[in-house]
Design a protein around this ligand. Structure first.
Ligand code: ASP
Ligand code: MG
Length: 431
């Protein structure tokens, strides 16, 4: 019985998800390379694409100038348009269709920035920043269509539904399941091109899933469509033992468990978005991490393994952290009530704690240092706590640590906080 069901599942779905991040489509050459990787696939494939290059950052500038009603909003938007125009000019010989489709998107954006901002920054953020993905998928789909009649553009806002928690929408999996079943019903002859990162509410407002959320989109779709696998195409050859841009002696890790992957991304590994693993693990769908520069190489696989994998030390370095220590002014214990207060303040600033430690009357934690709202945050905590902090500290996390690797990475540095268990060692340090 089991065997038959298993067989059925694979015969019916046989679906793959490919995700291409901003770095893979930051130029005309990148889009051509994507075409080479996708090849002549004639069906059962969903291609999830992020905004091109650093366009999400550029659109954040548009949002900020719009929300603060600054005059440079027009110039900031023009920079976004110009970036894409250059790519389109290099990619297309016949520009009639693509130009018309993009004009419609640019006109919508221009119309938005002529209106007054809403009362919600997050709402305005999502409805502007989402254009990065709408534009990139319009370009990619039109380009692929020239050689592949199986290409079908999908506006994912009609398929993935979230609540109205703008900038970090919570996905309604049941509703999204029903909608995606319909949207992706005819999959045999289709190669779908759709947006990562963005989604919609039930009243069709645009939401986003959090920065770098396209991996998460790929995982959600894999779960909903019972895909056989997800492949994330990156500018590195796979999951590495350390950031190859920072360290010389790095190796690729061919196999990782879901648990290892989730622990690594919790430690700050930028290889996959932290939310990506759960939807895949829940349906036991393997995740391949491969290089778009050398697509024939194996890369890494994240999957459920029935045996223990022997892994080398893996280390992640997060610089530009700030370490804060809060002590209640009235000397009350750090317990549930105080902690929930602290976390609700952090949540209101959309801050994520990267490491924490409590003692009887103090709570220390590390997070990304953001000059803009840090002083405001400190002021808010000062109402109730004595606040001490160190900026410019670094958080080093080492999985599968050995004495040698700790000596090498931490060595002579000043250690502010140290946490160690059998598998993970973490240090907040400064030079
Ligand atoms: N374009 C979005 C970002 O840069 C989503 C993504 O790239 O995954 O955050
Ligand atoms: Mg990105």
């Amino acid at each position: 019985m089991d065997k038959i069901l298993y067989f059925c599942k694979y015969n019916i779905t046989n679906m793959k998800i490919y995700k291409f991040g901003g770095a893979s489509v930051n130029s005309a050459e990148g889009v051509r390379n994507l075409q080479k990787i996708v090849g002549k696939e004639k069906g059962n494939l969903v291609i999830v694409v992020s905004a091109m290059g650093k366009i999400t950052n550029a659109l954040e500038k548009v949002v900020n100038s719009f929300f603060e009603r600054r005059a440079d909003v027009t110039k900031n938007l023009q920079a976004v348009i110009d970036f894409h125009t250059t790519i389109v000019d290099e990619l297309f010989e016949d520009k009639t269709t693509i130009t018309a489709e993009l004009k419609q998107l640019y006109d919508e954006l221009k119309e938005i920035i002529q209106q007054k901002p809403s009362l919600s920054y997050d709402y305005d953020y999502d409805r502007i920043v989402s254009f990065g993905e709408l534009i990139s998928t319009t370009i990619v789909a039109n380009f692929l269509k020239q050689e592949n009649s199986a290409i079908q553009f999908v506006d994912i806002r009609a398929g993935i539904k979230t609540d109205d928690n703008y900038r970090e929408g919570n996905v309604d999996m049941d509703l999204s399941q029903k909608l995606c079943d319909r949207l992706f019903a005819e999959r045999e002859k289709k190669v779908f091109v759709t947006q990562g990162f963005i989604a919609g509410t039930i009243t069709n407002q645009t939401t986003t899933l959090g920065r770098e959320g396209s991996d998460y989109t790929a995982a959600i779709l894999a779960n909903l469509l019972n895909a056989d696998s997800v492949t994330i195409w990156k500018d590195v050859p796979g999951v590495m033992t350390a950031d190859p841009k920072r360290y010389k002696e790095v190796q690729i890790i061919p196999k990782l468990s879901y648990k290892e992957a989730i622990e690594l991304s919790y430690c700050g590994a930028s290889i996959i978005h932290p939310k990506t693993v759960k939807p895949l693990q829940n349906k036991k769908i393997p995740l391949f991490v491969k290089s778009f520069i050398e697509p024939d190489k194996d890369g890494s696989v994240i999957n459920e393994y029935p045996y223990k994998l022997n892994l080398p030390p893996i280390y992640i370095d997060k610089s530009n952290q700030v370490l804060l220590t809060l002590t209640p002014r009235d000397f009350s214990f750090i317990a549930e009530e105080k902690l929930s207060k602290i976390f609700s303040v952090l949540a209101s600033y959309r801050l994520k704690v990267s490491l924490m430690q409590t003692s009887a009357i103090s709570f220390s934690f590390c997070m990304d240092y953001n000059k803009v709202n840090f002083q405001q945050l400190v002021q808010e905590f000062k109402n109730e706590f004595e606040v001490l902090y160190n900026t410019d500290v670094e958080l080093i996390s080492i999985r599968h640590h050995t004495k040698e690797i700790i000596d090498k990475l931490v060595g002579e540095k000043i250690v502010f906080v140290e946490q160690r268990n059998r598998l993970t060692a973490r240090f907040v340090v400064s030079e």
